[in-house]
Design a protein around this ligand. Structure first.
Ligand SMILES: Nc1ncnc2c1ncn2[C@@H]1O[C@H](COP(=O)(O)OP(=O)(O)OP(=O)(O)O)[C@@H](O)[C@H]1O
Length: 251
């Protein structure tokens, strides 16, 4: 992932005037959002403003009422999740959601099979395989015979990231990877995600942990009531503490 703030490259993800919600209620109320190719954009905001709803809608897990979602120029609003996945988008869902009764190895093999069946690899540091995931995360290699529900929260998060990588994504949607993890474990996850920067994978990082967001993101966007109300480089956002406080209620 290369530094992106201020770059003039094309946007890998371009979302315009996106409206979505549940059973007729409006949660996303005209979201405009972009991710430059290879960049990491943190999506911040207080609880309940619609961040998870946004990533679910981009992933095709929730159909939007209206608006545009383009990945590499291709319109995907309303497309099914498997079609979005074929376009190179993968999600690491909040709460991890690994297959609890299956081993680490089985979780990874299933993800690898689904990926192989659906599409070809498209660039970067070679296709992801379970072996490559183990190289990146030796902890998972040690636990390969353990069931999903026998893993620690941090190991489950690694497994969820590994499963997403096996989709060979160009764009990762990370929904609160720090959720429920101890600070030392968050640090491990941060190191892992930093290690991916060389792969050229772009990311939307939904995070409540500002330290983690600032450490990983090139740019910051803030959502309030289903709209993006602020966008800047991470460096500018960090400098303007008063603004961060007014937008997020933190100092
Ligand atoms: N499956 C659902 N059905 C109905 N309403 C939902 C559903 N999921 C979320 N909502 C509602 O949509 C709104 C936005 O929720 P969402 O989870 O997207 O917010 P968020 O910014 O990700 O919050 P958090 O940081 O707490 O996860 C909330 O009012 C929530 O109650």
């Amino acid at each position: 992932m290369t530094a992106a703030a201020g770059t003039t490259g094309t946007d890998l993800l371009s979302v315009r005037d996106l409206r979505a919600g549940y059973a007729g209620t409006t949660v996303l109320d005209g979201v405009d959002f972009t991710v430059p190719t290879g960049a990491v954009v943190a999506l911040l905001g207080r609880n309940g403003v619609g961040k998870s709803t946004f990533v679910h809608t981009v992933m095709g897990m929730l159909k939007p009422y209206s608006g545009s979602i383009r990945v590499d120029g291709r319109e995907l609003a309303g497309a099914a999740a498997h079609t979005v996945a074929r376009s190179g988008v993968a999600i690491v869902p909040q709460g991890r959601r690994v297959f609890a009764p299956l081993t680490v190895e089985e979780n990874l093999r299933i993800a690898a099979r689904a990926s192989k069946a659906s599409r070809a690899f498209r660039g970067g540091g070679g296709p992801w395989t379970p072996e490559r995931v183990y190289e990146l995360m030796p902890r998972l290699a040690e636990r390969r015979a353990n069931r999903g529900d026998q893993l620690s929260g941090g190991e489950q998060q690694m497994l969820a990231i590994g499963r997403a990588l096996l989709r060979n994504p160009r764009l990762l949607l990370l929904d609160e990877p720090s959720d429920g993890l101890a600070p030392a474990v968050i640090d491990l996850i941060a190191e892992l995600l930093e290690g991916l920067r060389g792969e050229g994978i772009a990311a939307v990082l939904v995070e409540q942990d500002l330290h983690l967001a600032f450490r990983l993101a090139d740019e910051v966007a803030v959502m309030q009531k289903g709209r993006i109300v602020h966008r800047s480089s991470t460096a500018d956002f960090r400098r303007d503490r008063a603004r961060a406080h007014s937008l997020l209620g933190v100092g």
